[in-house]
Design a protein around this ligand. Structure first.
Ligand SMILES: NC(=O)c1ccc[n+]([C@@H]2O[C@H](COP(=O)([O-])OP(=O)(O)OC[C@H]3O[C@@H](n4cnc5c(N)ncnc54)[C@H](OP(=O)(O)O)[C@@H]3O)[C@@H](O)[C@H]2O)c1
Length: 226
């Protein structure tokens, strides 16, 4: 049975990805901050005969990252899928620095540490795939009112492209979703007001289908509405 670690699994796109993955009957380790939401997600999966462990942690905190990495080494995943990301919404100059620092840490620096840890750990011999979540807009275009989040997604894209060029020895991928109807997008965000948001359950189906496709050299995929 495959073991799959899903980070950012308690709501939004991550929760839909977990529901899709459940159809493949893996053994899941799901991660988020909210323990109640993680538990109810695991209870739902148990009804579908999917064994699920949870880790409630805040990856903004270095002590939680350390604990999480130890648990990952114990779990020994075959695949890692990281969906954690976020940032403040509003003009760059009007948001507090601590909010931008949160966006950089949670959206980029944690991902970079996770990749460095996973590629370097001798205990993760069975690891064959690592998938990060970009953004079809924020990672390569201007994203007004989400500047620190956009900068972090640009950095994540640069990291995945550059490490892939080093032939890292695992199937390292980047999946870039469109705007979606999740809590990440504020109620007054323009993509929502102009009706440009996709259903995360549909995006999750596309994402999981691609994750299970054998490596083909195409390590970056964007939701194309199919
Ligand atoms: N929504 C969009 O329009 C959109 C567009 C393009 C790309 N994306 C990307 O898609 C991914 C998922 O986005 P989403 O819209 O599903 O977001 P979401 O609804 O806000 O869900 C984010 C998930 O990440 C977890 N998380 C957030 N901060 C965390 C932290 N510090 N430590 C541990 N877990 C944390 C949350 O857990 P808790 O709830 O338990 O805190 C939740 O499970 C993100 O990488 C996002 O950048 C989203």
């Amino acid at each position: 049975m495959e073991k799959i670690l899903v980070l950012g699994a308690s709501k939004g796109l991550g929760a839909s990805v977990v529901e899709e993955l459940a159809k493949h009957h893996p053994y899941l380790l799901i991660v988020g901050r909210n323990e109640i939401r993680l538990n109810s997600c695991a209870a739902k999966l148990a009804k579908a005969d999917v064994q699920t462990d949870i880790v409630a942690c805040d990856v903004f905190k270095s002590e939680d990252q350390k604990r999480l990495f130890e648990m990952i080494e114990d779990f020994k995943p075959d695949r890692i899928i990281n969906l954690i990301g976020g940032g403040p919404f509003g003009r760059f100059s009007e948001k507090e620095w601590k909010d931008h620092a949160w966006a950089f840490e949670v959206t980029f620096l944690f991902s970079a540490r996770l990749l460095h840890f996973a590629l370097g750990s001798e205990k993760l011999q069975s690891l064959k795939q690592i998938v990060f979540t970009g953004s079809s807009v924020a990672e390569n275009k201007a994203d007004p009112n989400a500047s620190s989040y956009s900068a972090a997604k640009h950095a994540l894209r640069g990291l995945v492209y550059s490490v892939n060029a080093e032939s890292p020895g695992v199937d390292l991928r980047l999946y870039s979703p469109p705007y979606m109807d999740t809590n990440l997008l504020p109620k007054n965000a323009w993509p929502r007001e102009s009706g440009q948001v996709c259903d995360p359950t549909v995006v999750a189906q596309h994402m999981v289908r691609w994750i299970f496709e054998p490596p083909s050299g195409k390590f970056h995929n964007t939701y194309n509405g199919e």
